[in-house]
Write a protein of this length. Structure first.
Length: 97
């Protein structure tokens, strides 16, 4: 059996309350792969104390990892052309924190 190259995850997102005060009704669930151990990344970002609270750290880490993985899987997409060099610099800066 071949070794799996990516970790597999499931994300469940639930709308709780909307800004107009009404109760949320929508749910979204999807599976995705990522080459990194996301739970380890969450811990690393939290331990760097870049942000005041853990929720912000987790929100940042999840958003960044979802975005950069899509960018990585679509390297040749023209949408990422200008952004790629800046993201690479950003990631270097983040890892050096």
């Amino acid at each position: 059996m071949m070794e799996q190259r990516n970790n597999s995850y499931q994300l469940d997102l639930k709308e709780i309350k909307l800004k107009d005060g009404s109760e949320g009704t929508k749910n979204l669930s999807f599976e995705f792969d990522n080459h990194d151990d996301l739970f380890n990344i969450f811990e690393v970002i939290k331990s760097k104390k870049i942000f005041e609270d853990n929720n912000t750290a987790q929100e940042f880490a999840l958003g960044l990892k979802l975005f950069t993985e899509v960018m990585l899987k679509n390297k040749q997409h023209p949408l990422f052309e200008e952004l790629r060099p800046a993201i690479l610099e950003f990631m270097k800066k983040l890892k050096s924190q």
